[in-house]
Design a protein around this ligand. Structure first.
Ligand SMILES: [Fe+2]
Length: 274
């Protein structure tokens, strides 16, 4: 895959509209949405209740530059606004669980998006498990692990398992380069066999499994009882941050769109430590 070369936006560092200086192509919002929907096969995923995959907020129909962020939150929306971005690509969108009124802080988020004509495209589970630009696939790729099996899970997504041919010491050293902070639960053998990767909040899903076919877990976030699960199964587990494990896929998606439509994209860094 072509290496990305994004411009990085840092919180509170933007004071002028970037797109004024960029020039370049004008693309249709519909064309980008169609490209993403097809590539990510969003129609094949049920996802979590009300986690709508696809276009979540429409703009007036033209896109000249993209912003990619893990979350559609006030920080990313403020940075997108300041940068003059027309479409915000996110992994965690605006809609989750029960319907809530557009009031309080949510009103300001929508107001910023609508006042600044910013579209929001969100893709959750289809991005986690996409075989080429998915979070799990890209983490495995960074670790030099080839997937040999995909565990089916609820909501239509799968988790890859791959064979690792080095001691856990080597794996941990690689993870320390890749992620800013790691919680390690090393209850397994010093030599690792089968590694399961599940970005984001995978620990809760994994801890609900009755039978396992792996001896090492790399995930983003885990509940307290994951500790018991790891001990009872003799696992080596590395918990690397929900945010940190989910930057890969949305960046790769932005690069794909940029290559296809010849428009610039910007990485919106939230520096979220959780
Ligand atoms: Fe997530």
């Amino acid at each position: 895959m072509k290496k990305e070369t994004p411009t990085v936006l840092l919180a509170r560092s933007i004071h002028w509209p970037l797109k004024v200086a960029m020039g370049g192509n004008v693309c249709s919002t519909d064309a980008i949405v169609d490209f993403c929907d097809r590539m990510l096969k969003v129609a094949e995923f049920s996802d979590y209740p009300n986690a709508h995959n696809g276009l979540q907020v429409a703009n007036s129909g033209k896109i000249t530059c993209l912003g990619a962020a893990v979350d559609a939150n006030r920080m990313s929306i403020e940075m997108a606004t300041a940068a003059g971005i027309d479409m915000l690509l996110v992994h965690h969108g605006l809609f989750w669980g029960r319907s809530l009124p557009i009031s309080h802080r949510r009103r300001e988020n929508y107001k910023l998006l609508l006042d600044n004509d910013i579209a929001v495209y969100s893709v959750h589970l289809p991005l986690d498990c996409h075989p080429e630009i998915g979070n799990n696939a890209l983490i495995m790729n960074e670790l030099g692990i080839l997937p040999i099996q995909h565990l089916p899970c609820e909501h239509g997504f799968t988790m890859p398992i791959g064979k690792y041919n080095h001691p856990r010491k080597v794996l941990k050293e690689t993870l320390e380069v890749l992620f800013p902070r790691i919680i390690e639960l090393e209850f397994g053998d010093v030599d690792i066999g089968r590694v399961l990767v599940c970005s984001g909040g995978g620990g809760g899903i994994i801890a609900a499994m009755e039978n396992i076919s792996f001896d090492c877990v790399i995930t983003g976030e885990a509940p307290r009882h994951f500790f018991d699960f790891a001990y009872e199964h003799g696992l080596n587990a590395y918990i690397c941050g929900h945010y940190a494990t989910e930057v890969f896929g949305i960046r790769a998606l932005a690069q794909k769109i940029s290559d296809k439509f010849n428009i610039p994209w910007f990485w919106i860094e939230e520096n979220c430590p959780l």
